[in-house]
Write a protein that binds this ligand. Structure first.
Ligand code: SF4
Length: 704
């Protein structure tokens, strides 16, 4: 068979939602994956880990048949069973749990292993129709969403990143684009070539993106709002604020200016660890042009003060007036742009109003019952269906999560592509398709093009897609009739598009996607921000259980996990280049490229605790301890340590991942995981030391 090129879309948890050209070598085999030039933002560029996707699809560790636990929980002992038996067993266990505790004892749990709307969100229909517990999605965007909406309002989109070619300054704030949004760097390069644009990177360590910056602001983690406030102070002080724009477009510029009067660069320098000179330089650079493009990342928002920080950062282009100009303004996510009617997929209107919402980040407390409020007044969770996620590694406070999954009275079904740490804790494991083996529909965070991915190759062995598994279980559990349950995934994609007034899937795919761009005025909010009065709100519109702790006007909140004598370091679990959350940490090439779990330490800090480059080190706090290798780099704010993540739990001698150190308390105002807000201690350790726990896997410590 000649090599065919088939268009598709990357399904991973990454804003780029890359257009792909996939080499189909045979009906069941793919070769290299290339970036599609048919999406002008992607323009042929994708990351290396997806370019070698064949390694993931044809991984010998893929699950091929349903499995039934045949040993103690977590032992990894399973026996093969057929699909009918597997689905019957799951349905019987769910029905028994429901009879005993009511439907909300079932917690269907999912996240972003695929971003396809049909295969990711169909589990919402399962929850709605069966009356199970609902899920508050807090891993990724809830803190950022709250901060964005506080100032910007309901419109979650921004300026097309291709406008960077018209920018004089590009600021990447909390965004390691080289690792996580590779196309951004191409647009920065174009901006530099076209207009000599300057690149500013705001990030706590000198990562691969910061190395390319004209100005790198290496601030302490959790101090971003202080920097933003000081920059706005300078804009007002030095006549760089656009007062006409402010008068026309914001709620209370005079109140903000008065509030910022003592948020000086010297004030921010004490909080951020930056010099006054660095802050002044950045402020003059940012305010010296109206064509300053702010590309906002997720990193700095995953902190107990992350929502406040987002509000402060989004206030910058309102003060400078950059929104009004080509090449100016900001982008955090385009995800609110796409005019899709997803009611068929989610059946959200079938929720009965009494179903409780469980916070996915608090899964440890929910499963162990350690914090009764986490159960929101409902019954214990005694049965789970898990799709597209590996909470044993990705959830915070993961030692507690593991304790929860070890409960003998908890029935767990995991539907996944490989035997993840979570699947090893399951009673029944079901083999899942990859995106190349099923149909779906994709929004994007970084661009404006709606894309589809239609099946490229046959499913591996007995693997089934999420949609088919959900339908089969709902039929067995006698869920109320719903039209989506009578459709194939492909029919559901097409019907969703038809309901949304959009062309059918094949037409979208063959036509290079459907561009949902709304025009210059909309993307620059020239017709108003997303509040009823159309004005940007410096007085933040905060909602949620902890709204009272939020600052009225943009400000630094001291709510981060503070260092103390016993925990003198702040840990950031930044994204590794060759992993994507826990995805790809199973592929040999990605593991080889990342080498081994490593903590980045400033040489002065290393000398203080007696660590040398390459030496085994232990990080810990009251939640847990992990052992990894130290790498000394000067490009860190002293007192900060970074672990690029997410390695599998088995890569650490203790058998837990880095999230064992991260707290699961909900960030204000409305919940959200605080993955980059952790106080830890750091110590040297040698293999054989008494500090290494009994049973530790020394081989993992020696990982080359
Ligand atoms: S992981 Fe991100 S950058 Fe890589 S191909 Fe997928 S969408 Fe593109």
């Amino acid at each position: 068979m000649a090599v065919e090129i088939v268009r598709s879309t990357c399904p991973h948890d990454c804003p780029s939602a890359c257009a792909l050209d996939v080499e189909r070598l045979a009906p069941d085999r793919v070769g290299r994956v290339h970036g599609g030039r048919w999406n002008p933002y992607i323009d042929g560029v994708i990351c290396a880990k997806v370019a070698r996707y064949a390694e993931r699809v044809h991984n010998p560790d893929r699950l091929t048949t349903p499995l039934l636990r045949d040993g103690p929980k977590g032992s990894g002992r399973f026996k093969r069973i057929g699909w009918d038996e597997a689905l019957d067993r799951v349905a019987e266990a769910f029905a028994a749990a429901r009879r005993r505790h009511g439907p909300q004892t079932l917690w269907p749990y999912n996240y972003a292993g695929t971003m396809g709307l049909v295969q990711r969100d169909g589990i919402q229909r399962f929850r709605a129709l069966l009356g199970t517990s609902l899920q508050h999605d807090t891993f990724c965007t809830s803190l950022g969403n709250a901060g964005w909406a506080a100032g910007m309002g309901a419109h979650k989109w921004g300026v097309d990143p291709r406008e960077m070619v018209d920018s004089d300054v590009v600021v990447l704030w909390g965004l390691n684009a080289v690792h996580t949004q590779v196309q951004t760097m191409g647009w920065v390069a174009r901006a530099r070539k076209a207009r000599g644009a300057k690149l500013v990177v705001v990030d706590p360590y000198r990562n691969a993106t910061a190395e390319k910056a004209d100005l790198h602001l290496m601030l302490r983690p959790g101090t971003d709002a202080a920097l933003a406030c000081a920059v706005m102070h300078v804009l007002f002080r030095d006549g760089l604020a656009d007062r006409a724009y402010l008068a026309a477009s914001a709620d209370d510029p005079e109140g903000l200016e008065a509030h910022l009067r003592d948020r000086t660069p010297a004030w921010a320098a004490r909080i951020t660890g930056l010099s006054v000179d660095e802050i002044e330089t950045f402020a003059r650079l940012y305010g010296g042009t109206r064509r300053a493009y702010l590309r906002i990342g997720y990193g700095f928002t995953r902190s107990r003060n992350g929502a406040a920080a987002m509000h402060a950062v989004t206030s910058l282009p309102a003060v400078s007036g950059a929104w009004a100009h080509r090449g100016g303004g900001a982008l955090w996510s385009m995800s609110g742009l796409f005019p899709l009617d997803t009611s068929l997929i989610t059946a959200a209107e079938h929720r009965d109003g009494t179903q409780r919402w469980l916070d996915m980040s608090r899964i440890g407390a929910i499963l162990t019952g350690d914090e009764p409020d986490a159960l929101a007044g409902g019954p214990p969770v005694t049965a789970m269906l898990i799709q597209n996620t590996n909470p044993m590694v990705t959830a915070p406070d993961s030692t507690r999560v593991a304790r929860g999954f070890a409960r003998e009275d908890l029935f767990v079904c995991v539907h996944d592509q490989i035997l993840t740490e979570t699947a090893r804790m399951a009673d029944v494991v079901l083999p899942a398709t990859t995106f190349l083996e099923h149909d779906d529909l994709y929004k994007a965070g970084a661009h404006t093009v709606l894309q589809v991915g239609l099946q490229v190759i046959e499913p591996l062995a007995e693997a089934r897609c999420n949609h088919d598994v959900l339908r089969a279980l709902m039929a067995r559990l006698e869920a109320p009739a719903h039209v989506a349950n009578d459709m194939s995934a492909r029919e559901l994609v097409d019907e969703t598009l038809r309901l949304s007034g959009l062309p059918p899937a094949r037409e979208i795919r063959d036509g290079g996607g459907h561009d949902c761009a709304a025009g210059f005025d909309a993307h620059h909010f020239r017709k108003g921000f997303g509040h009823a009065d159309g004005r940007f709100r410096f007085h933040g519109a905060w909602h949620g259980a902890q709204a009272a702790v939020m600052p009225d006007l943009p400000d630094h909140l001291e709510t981060i996990e503070a260092v103390d004598a016993d925990h003198p370091f702040r840990l950031v679990t930044a994204p590794a280049r060759h992993f994507l959350n826990s995805s790809f940490n199973e592929t040999p090439t990605s593991r080889a490229m990342e080498r081994r779990p490593t903590v980045l330490v400033h040489p002065d800090d290393a000398a203080r605790v007696g660590l040398t480059d390459g030496a085994p080190a232990r990080l810990g706090n009251r939640r847990g301890i992990v052992t990894l290798r130290a790498r000394l780099i000067p490009g860190l704010a002293p007192g900060t340590v970074v672990v690029e993540s997410l390695w599998s739990a088995g890569a650490f001698p203790e058998g837990v991942g880095i999230n064992a150190l991260v707290g699961a308390d909900p960030g204000p105002p409305n919940g959200g995981a605080v993955f980059h807000d952790t106080a830890v201690w750091l110590r040297p350790v040698a293999v054989g030391d008494a500090e290494v726990p009994a049973g530790a896997d020394a081989a993992a410590l020696e990982l080359a």
